[in-house]
Design a protein around this ligand. Structure first.
Ligand code: HEC
Ligand code: HEC
Ligand code: HEC
Ligand code: HEC
Ligand code: HEC
Ligand code: HEC
Ligand code: HEC
Ligand code: HEC
Ligand code: HEC
Ligand code: HEC
Length: 588
């Protein structure tokens, strides 16, 4: 018989592709055998699955024993078939179609149940249903969802709405919003751990910067983002839009609340010029390897209170011009110095006081630290009278008044006259009035005042400790003092805590004060001293120190955080941001 076979393949988009074959044979064999006229490549098909013969009465199908064949959906063994019948052979559907001229039989073959569909077929043919046993998946799903909604959404919401103001109720179980708990709150925030709504201001909305800033109001940026070309560092190109949460992970177990890895900082600081072209900041990496030498802030001009940063590796430029004169060595002599009550040996702590709990020493003060030995007595015969410290004008006014008073009223010897028995004053006695003083008391007083001022300012007192000038040509009593600017923090961008080190180290392992002859010496330790003990974050034989061991991130003098709108505007080219910036806090 003459056979026309069309293999149909459905494409994903819905079209059908057709491949036709023509055969002539005794009968039409279906199977996996190579001899079969219709070769069906599928493991579910038998070698010889079924045969269609042409008999006098028409077409007849013979099914191999136990083979899966259905005619129009009905399982079958042997029977006759006609044009229009669909013969299911395993996963294939074979449709008998009207044969064209010259053909005895025409079929279309299509794979309709690809492999992997077995379970579906089995399930479809199974008569056992979960519903029959009360196990309806749908019903259980609904019950589950309703339970979850009630216990984990409705109850917590009701609870939340009733307790938005405060909760003193700490009993677990009664607190339905505890089911949303995602782990303990960090230890610094433990005190609000039962008031979730302080941070989670609105349900279903991420914690916002404003919640953090309600307590941490003054938090600033790290640097003035408006100055930087952030786009060049891909991982920070979005820095203006970062939120507190990006760097501070809450509910993070015992881990630090802040990002603390070295790499977070060195991504920028290993090549700082990439994020800020015209910066003077040096590149910095792991502390004991590529961290730069310290550059303390030192007074370079006391009159205008100017500070300059000078590297400790640049001894020539390392001269602090604080306006003060002070020899450490003269005061630290082993055999002591003269004090009001005889010789005493001074320790560092005689002048430098560490207020309990403070990281740094209090600044030196003339009154507290020096005056008991360096009294501002201007007339040796009146040791009870001292000049006020700190204001050159007031001191000169006092001197002038002091001598005018005596010029008019008497009471003290003319120091120019040799002291005789007759003129030496005894306690409680009025001094005899000299001839000059009688004839022109005002001129005498002026002359005395100038002489004593010249002496006190120029030599014995102020000039000992200060840079002074006599104001020559500007009239009498015109001495002035270059104001002393006592530095408060030489390394303000780093952190150093004396009390954390004072048990381990003597002062002179870091400060060579013993041999310092002048106040202009900078007595700070170089970085190598710290590197003896401090290593990088993974150091094995040193104190493990990451960047934030010694540095703050939110640097003072930079614009405030939480103003992301303004930054975004700026990055779009709006220059208004600069106006919102707080001025850089200079050291005054
Ligand atoms: C100090 C502020 C703070 C407190 C207090 C706080 N959280 Fe959070 N919580 C956060 C932050 C920040 C996140 C992470 C950002 C976010 O997903 O909103 C967070 C995330 C969560 C998340 C995960 C949300 C998510 O999107 O992944 C849950 C749940 C959560 N908190 C529940 C609680 C519960 C319950 C309490 C009270 C017991 C609580 N929190 C108290 C700050 C806080
Ligand atoms: C109710 C006020 C309050 C809120 C709201 C608050 N904090 Fe705090 N935070 C504190 C207090 C208090 C400390 C502890 C300060 C201390 O120990 O000196 C602290 C400490 C910190 C610290 C320093 C942690 C440390 O290891 O020293 C960080 C970082 C911090 N908070 C970030 C945040 C962030 C981010 C948010 C917003 C999700 C936030 N805070 C919300 C009060 C608050
Ligand atoms: C997005 C890049 C970036 C990241 C991340 C970064 N910095 Fe900075 N840092 C800068 C820029 C830019 C400056 C400002 C330089 C200037 O003002 O000239 C700066 C300034 C500083 C300064 C002040 C330097 C000086 O001498 O004035 C210190 C200290 C510092 N960063 C330390 C850190 C530490 C520690 C970290 C990690 C916790 C860190 N930085 C993370 C870019 C970054
Ligand atoms: C008689 C008081 C006095 C004693 C004692 C004294 N100092 Fe000072 N020290 C000063 C004064 C005044 C200054 C400020 C002058 C200056 O800027 O150098 C100063 C400044 C310093 C500074 C910072 C100055 C710089 O430029 O680095 C250090 C560090 C210091 N002293 C260490 C010591 C140590 C260590 C000792 C003990 C061995 C000591 N001092 C003993 C009075 C004293
Ligand atoms: C215990 C007493 C004592 C204290 C306290 C003291 N000094 Fe002196 N100071 C002396 C003595 C004594 C001398 C003279 C030492 C010498 O010439 O060898 C002296 C010398 C000086 C000199 C040098 C004067 C010169 O003629 O060269 C200066 C400057 C000075 N002191 C400043 C200070 C300052 C500033 C303080 C406070 C921070 C201070 N002293 C605290 C006792 C003291
Ligand atoms: C024994 C040293 C010593 C003598 C003497 C001395 N001073 Fe000072 N003076 C200091 C020190 C130390 C400071 C800085 C600490 C302070 O302000 O107490 C200072 C600070 C000053 C300041 C700056 C105050 C400020 O707040 O900016 C003036 C001005 C001043 N002295 C004037 C004088 C005058 C005027 C005299 C003379 C009558 C004088 N001093 C004598 C040690 C001395
Ligand atoms: C053991 C303490 C310590 C560690 C750890 C440390 N630094 Fe520093 N760093 C300092 C001190 C102190 C200064 C000097 C501060 C100053 O000049 O005011 C400094 C200065 C700097 C400067 C300014 C450099 C300049 O002169 O221009 C930068 C930037 C810096 N550090 C970044 C880092 C980075 C990034 C890390 C981590 C890889 C780090 N530091 C680790 C103590 C430390
Ligand atoms: C491990 C080294 C180290 C040791 C030990 C040490 N210091 Fe310092 N000291 C420093 C550093 C670093 C600074 C600069 C801190 C700053 O300006 O930020 C400093 C600053 C100072 C200052 C200037 C004022 C201040 O606190 O900033 C004085 C005064 C001082 N030290 C005195 C002492 C005395 C006194 C001792 C002994 C009890 C001592 N130091 C021990 C490292 C040390
Ligand atoms: C003799 C070893 C030694 C030297 C030198 C030394 N440190 Fe330390 N430092 C330590 C030890 C130990 C700790 C405590 C570590 C701890 O508590 O986990 C510490 C702690 C610190 C801390 C953290 C303090 C805190 O608040 O907990 C800083 C910041 C620091 N050092 C800075 C410095 C600087 C800057 C220098 C150099 C001027 C320096 N150290 C020199 C041993 C040293
Ligand atoms: C780009 C990362 C980053 C962002 C964004 C950030 N911080 Fe920080 N913050 C840090 C790092 C790193 C530290 C730890 C170093 C230190 O102690 O300053 C820190 C420290 C802190 C501290 C403790 C030290 C301090 O200065 O008081 C507080 C509080 C804090 N951040 C609050 C905030 C708040 C609030 C926001 C959001 C407005 C915020 N931070 C955004 C990185 C960030």
């Amino acid at each position: 018989m003459e056979i026309l076979i069309s293999y149909l393949t459905r494409r994903q988009k819905g079209g059908v592709s057709r491949r036709t074959e023509e055969r002539s044979a005794e009968a039409l064999h279906f199977g996996r055998s190579a001899n079969a006229e219709v070769y069906l490549a599928d493991p579910r098909i038998r070698f010889e699955h079924a045969v269609v013969h042409q008999r006098p009465g028409g077409l007849f199908i013979e099914v191999e024993k136990h083979s899966d064949v259905r005619v129009n959906g009905q399982p079958t063994s042997n029977r006759s078939v006609i044009v229009g019948d669909v013969i299911g052979i395993g996963p294939f559907d074979v449709t008998l179609v009207e044969p064209p001229e010259g053909k005895d039989i025409a079929i279309e073959v299509e794979l309709v149940r690809p492999l992997g569909d077995d379970y579906g077929q089995l399930a479809a043919r199974s008569t056992v249903r979960l519903e029959d046993y009360g196990l309806s998946r749908r019903r259980w799903s609904w019950a589950g969802i309703t339970g979850i909604l009630i216990f984990f959404l409705v109850f917590p919401l009701l609870y939340f709405n009733q307790h938005t103001e405060s909760t003193a109720d700490k009993t677990v179980g009664a607190r339905f919003d505890a089911v949303w708990d995602s782990g303990p709150v960090s230890s610094p925030h433990q005190f609000i751990s039962d008031q979730c709504n302080i941070c989670h201001e609105k349900p279903f909305i991420q914690v916002m910067d404003s919640a953090c800033l309600s307590c941490h109001a003054p938090i600033t940026q790290h640097f003035d983002l408006a100055r930087a070309e952030l786009a060049v560092i891909p991982q920070f190109s979005n820095l203006p839009a970062t939120t507190c949460n990006d760097c501070h992970r809450e509910h993070n177990g015992g881990k630090s609340l802040s990002i603390s890895t070295e790499s977070f900082c060195t991504d920028c600081h290993a090549g700082i010029e990439k994020s800020l072209a015209n910066t003077s900041v040096k590149n910095a990496g792991r502390f004991d390897q590529t961290h730069p030498q310290f550059r303390p802030n030192i007074v370079s001009d006391p009159a205008s209170r100017m500070f300059t940063r000078v590297s400790l590796d640049d001894p020539a430029a390392l001269t602090e011009k604080s306006g003060l004169k002070f020899p450490h060595d003269a005061h630290l002599k082993k055999d002591g110095v003269r004090g009001p009550n005889g010789k005493e040996t001074l320790q560092c702590g005689s002048c430098h006081n560490l207020t309990r709990g403070a990281a740094n020493f209090d600044p030196i003060g003339m009154e507290g630290d020096c005056e008991r030995c360096h009294q501002l007595v201007f007339d040796p015969r009146r040791p009870d009278r001292t000049l006020p410290h700190g204001q050159a004008n007031n001191a000169q006014m006092l001197i002038r008044e002091f001598y005018s008073d005596y010029g008019l009223r008497g009471g003290i010897n003319d120091v120019q006259e040799p002291a005789t028995a007759a003129t030496r004053r005894r306690p409680g006695e009025q001094a005899p009035v000299t001839t000059q003083r009688q004839s022109d008391p005002r001129a005498w007083a002026d002359q005395q005042a100038q002489r004593v001022a010249d002496m006190s300012f120029g030599k014995t007192m102020c000039g000992n400790c200060h840079e002074v000038s006599s104001g020559e040509g500007k009239g009498p009593l015109n001495w002035s003092v270059v104001p002393a600017v006592v530095n408060k923090a030489w390394l303000p961008r780093g952190r150093f805590d004396h009390s954390a080190h004072s048990d381990m180290l003597k002062c002179d392992s870091c400060h060579a004060a013993q041999n310092s002859k002048q106040a202009s010496d900078v007595l700070l330790p170089k970085i190598a001293v710290c590197q003896n003990c401090h290593g990088g974050e993974n150091a094995s034989n040193k104190v493990q120190s990451t960047c934030i061991t010694c540095h703050d991130f939110h640097l003072p003098g930079t614009p405030r955080m939480g103003n992301t709108k303004a930054w975004r505007k700026h990055t779009d080219g709006d220059a208004a941001l600069r106006d919102t910036q707080t001025p850089v806090a200079g050291q005054k």
